[in-house]
Design a binder for this molecule. Sequence first.
Ligand code: AHR
Length: 492
Amino acid sequence: MEKYLINPNEKKSQISKDIYGNFSEHLGRCIYEGLYVGENSDIPNVNGMRIDVVNALKDMGLPVLRWPGGCFADEYHWEDGVGPKENRKKMINTHWGGVTEDNSFGTHEFFELCGQIGCDAYITGNLGSGSVREMSEWVEYMTFGGDSPMSNLRRKNGREEPWRVKYFAVGNENWGCGGNMDAYYYANTYKKYATYVRNYDSGNRIYKVACGPNGEDYRWTEELMKTAGRNMDGLALHYYTITHNWSKKGSATEFNEDEYYACVSKAYKIDEIIRRHLEIMNRYDPAKRVDLIIDEWGTWHDVEPGTNPGFLYQQNTMRDAVVAALSLNIFNKHSDRIRMCNIAQTINVLQAVALTDGDEMVLTPTYFVFKMFKDHQQNTLLGSHVTTDESGCEQGRLPTLIESASEDENGVIYSTVVNTSATDKKQIKCQVADSSVKSVKAEILTGKIEAYNSFDNKEAVKTQAFYDFETTADGFTAELPPCSIVKFIIEK
Ligand code: AHR
């Protein structure tokens, strides 16, 4: 029996709701078909946005959406995506399948989507192939309320009031697809572009995000913090979980137990990566003013057989759910320094929360994790600790139990515990320090490691009420099935 202690006396950081963000790129069927079908589609929509998907994202509590890329962002020219749709310039999406992009989903459509979901906007600007002026004018177009060439153009295109841009990234992966720059060159270029990302009269103070490191590239973080740390609000790390390697990533649905552990143990590595980047950031910024952002994370498997390799369409199993849950628990634990995270990507691309096929939609196991965990948003992280052994194989090991706990403003505690073992159930005895516990409720997401929801069987994996626990005077005892994620709601 493992011991699990939650300490309501140890109140830590507030868990930013934006840790539960998503990322949507003009890539494959994420924007077109996944989110946006156009006003004339037979698929039920409001102003072109799919009703089923918007409702699912609302229910999931999506707080913030990143757009338009990704690699796409650094070749996106926003002016081509505003004004009458029939006049919009087309372009080739060179990164993703070489398909023609008709720009029918642009700035106005993105804000319409955010409005329908009820989430904030995170925009990525084009530093790789766009000019300083272009970036600056986009910000003016979106956020200036007075009389100016760009705000008047916005009005002419049908929008009187400025929008609120909560976050703005000055480029994406500029060490790679965003211009192949070295860290020093990017840091200086960042400063130049960021200077002209202005705050206007609307009271919208833009939070500026700099392109951060690729995974374990600690030198990038060092240089960025040294040269441009004073000029940014957040530094954006990207970390993808790949079972094997970039040339043979591995199937999303057909894998054995060793491959399960190879994948989930690589996901767990993000904890160490976060710590090491934070050590560097804290050295240059002892006041801890600059936040760590993780605006691309999640699993990257081989595409589904028969699909366009440039569209990055993959299925999503309980293995992905375990990756999502352990990652979100880790992000919660670092919420003193992590302000926002955006899983890649929302619909039909990489570790998506939903998949679509024509007018049908399937919610993935990852969706259910986000929905279960939404209770943590804006709560206070509590001190908590669970004793645990390790699970794994030669390809990788990780703690069997990974948890986090938070408290809402009414003192209700939410604890999310992952049992990463593919085969073994785990017993835990939870004690809530200095408290008498009135009631405990729980829900569970569990299944075989390779279980997934398909268009033929949409509910193979879903959250269910969990009863396999007993409430005690100061907590509970529970038996967690293998490959499970359990949320406990504890009232004192
Ligand atoms: O999410 C897919 C791609 O991965 C993004 O476009 C890019 O930023 C990253 O390399």
